[in-house]
Design a protein around this ligand. Structure first.
Ligand code: HEM
Length: 329
């Protein structure tokens, strides 16, 4: 979720003054954390708005979450669950934004940008930090709801149950969550090191960092997959699910463009030659990446146009289950 190349990597920024003995990585992270405050403030407002929307839907009887889990028909009791959902949505929206910025920076340079490249890079870094915080808040609120729910257990067992079901891969053993929760955990556990590695890039070298940073797209794919599989507000084949699919189209298109016309010359697809050209395995990997990205674009268009988006039919009545048992019908 961080830029492919920064002014520092290009060597276009003056090195820190020789007498400044502070480690440069820490300075950058601290400065970025400060710069992320307005962005984080906006994310809090968006989360609050989503929470209010989900709360109102629960009160009005329109909530898809209640349709999936009827016992949840009490927004006052399940407010932490609603907050977890709201943080999930703001986290996904910020992940979308930061991935789009990253692809804009690493793909073909647009002829004209509304803001400078330097500003885009800063936005990419700050939205990336905010995304990590929102994803963590989503998981923490879910854990808090589980702790609240397990009132019959002793405190130590309650805390452990909430922690293990939320954070220990493979622990959560019910319904769709057996797959969906590890997908979310995978996204969270990859996002944090991959995002923060940026601040240690001087130690590992820009090339190693850049190679690792590419895997951030996996974080995004896991996040979307987790949501499509487990989000009760996109459980049924209704407009929220269609919007979620539609939002993936610009990401897939930018990814394809970024692979076809990367900003960095070294990443362009050259035919393998005997005389020092690209190696055959490298060429195969790069070509496959481009074909997969093109297939994703076509796939998303087919899903949106055909309406076959994996959404279920909203049933007239649904049997009650416990809060973390999302059973597909
Ligand atoms: C430890 C990792 C995670 C856990 C335990 C977790 C847990 C959950 C659970 C239980 C739900 C179902 C809520 C519902 O009833 O709708 C859910 C939905 C969701 N999750 Fe996660 N998640 C994790 C990671 C992530 C990540 C990394 C993202 C990316 C931003 C994410 C985004 C979402 C979204 C957008 C929803 C849909 C909420 C809704 O339908 O209103 N989750 N998650």
């Amino acid at each position: 979720m961080l830029p492919e190349a920064t002014p520092e990597d290009d060597g276009t920024t003056a090195p820190p003054p020789a007498r400044d003995k502070r480690p440069p990585d820490r300075v950058v992270l601290r400065a970025d954390l400060r710069a992320a405050l307005p962005d984080a403030g906006a994310a809090v407002l968006v989360t609050a708005a989503v929470f209010a929307f989900l709360y109102a839907r629960m009160e009005s009887g329109d909530s898809a979450t209640v349709a999936v889990m009827p016992f949840m028909d009490d927004a006052g009791t399940y407010w932490m669950y609603l907050f977890s959902q709201a943080f999930g949505w703001s986290g996904l929206l910020w992940a979308w934004g930061t991935v789009m910025l990253g692809l804009l920076l690493s793909g073909p340079r647009p002829a004209r940008l509304p803001v400078s490249r330097h500003t885009l890079e800063r936005w990419h870094r700050t939205t990336s930090l905010t995304t990590m915080a929102l994803m963590s808040a989503h998981a923490l609120m879910f854990a808090a709801e589980l702790v609240r729910h397990e009132a019959q257990l002793a405190w130590a067992d309650r805390l452990w149950a909430g922690f293990a079901d939320t954070f220990v891969p493979g622990w959560y053993d019910s319904g769709t969550g057996r797959i969906a929760i590890p997908l979310g955990q995978g996204a969270l556990y990859l996002a944090i090191p991959l995002g923060l590695l940026f601040y240690a890039r001087h130690r590992m070298g820009a090339n190693t960092w850049r190679r690792l940073h590419r895997f951030v797209i996996v974080v995004y794919v896991l996040s979307v997959w987790h949501t499509l599989l487990y989000g009760t507000n996109v459980w049924y084949g209704e407009w929220p699910r269609t919007v979620l699919w539609l939002l993936q189209l610009p990401v897939a298109l930018l990814l394809l463009l970024r692979l076809l016309r990367p900003a960095r010359r070294a990443e362009r697809l050259h035919m393998p030659t005997r005389r020092g050209g690209a190696s055959l395995p490298g060429w195969v990997v790069r070509s496959t990446g481009r074909v997969v990205a093109a297939a994703v674009v076509v796939g998303v268009v087919i899903v949106v146009v055909s309406g076959h988006d994996g959404g279920r039919e909203r049933p007239a009545e649904q049997p009650a289950t416990s809060p973390h048992e999302h059973e597909p019908e």
